[in-house]
Design a protein around this ligand. Sequence first.
Ligand code: F6P
Length: 364
Amino acid sequence: MPFSHRFTLTQYLIEQRRRFPNARGDFNALVLDVALACKAIAGAVAYGELGGVLGNHDAQGSDSVNVQGETQKKLDVLSNQYFTRLNEWGGHLAGMASEELEHPFQIPNHQPRGKYLLVFDPLDGSSNIDVNMTVGSIFSILRAPKEVLETGRDVVEADFFQPGTTQVAAGYALYGPTTMLVLTVGNGVAGFTLDPNLGEFMLTHRDIQVPVDTHEFAINASNSRFWEAPVKRYVDECLAGKTGPRSKDFNMRWIASMVAEAHRILMRGGVFLYPRDTKDAAKPGRLRLLYEANPIGMVMEQAGARASTGEKPVLNVQPTALHQRIGLVFGSKNEVERIERYHTEPARSEMINPLFAERSLFRD
Ligand code: F6P
């Protein structure tokens, strides 16, 4: 199809603005600045070794470590700079928060401030960078608290402690075989593919819907000994296949890049689990609430899927820390609801046939 027959991201936003009061002029400009940061990152990712961007970030002779205690890749640091530099000047933001920054990013004093907050993981799945596998950026747009707008004060961490239900927009960019931007402004989910010649995101996937049933699940099975009983039960039943209680065979996938798993699930269904586990008492889950679980959760819910802590909708969780971790389960609605049900039903030992327990691969 010639490009002139497709909507650009700008045209899509203008169309949304006509129909929905949420998407106004400065909001559109903010989304376009975020998209520009994603295009810049896509460019850097595409050059890989040629661009000298692979490997760990060197901070004065040694590897640098972010607030999560994770070694930063060069591309983590570069992607964070693209996000902050391309979004600090537009006058749409009161502040930003990033996976790579311990504290909120303040809009410089010489720049105008606006009414939104931008929260992002500039490069998710960064363990995949050096092996040329898919990575992505995840973002969430919130409204700045009224008091910040009235006083013009600097933002503080607590300003970002808003449940996922209050997000104005959310999405991600995926740097895979093609670069895609997936966006929700609270009116369904749209997918845009970057036309490398034009440098424009073109609308290629309108009103994405996740199938409610699936035979694919994604989980890091090496953590099975740390899982709680409802998760073990769910995975055991999937692995038991046709002869187990689910009476159908399942496939398992694990890319170790949550944004890539989310995209696969958005395109063809599936369920993703990084549940709360007992691996490290200081970490109730692996993924971060504000810039991973909430934006992906909003995209999923807007596409007819479900996003949960395992027990309740993740978007209802009241955040208490900027880099808070949480158990996350999302994807095809019927599977996520089943997992939630397993968390409320009586213990597994009272439920299942002992013969099936004998066959379990992930049995204690
Ligand atoms: O940000 C966390 C992340 O990189 C996710 O993208 C991914 O799903 C997960 O970590 C991979 O975890 P693991 O190393 O346990 O496979």
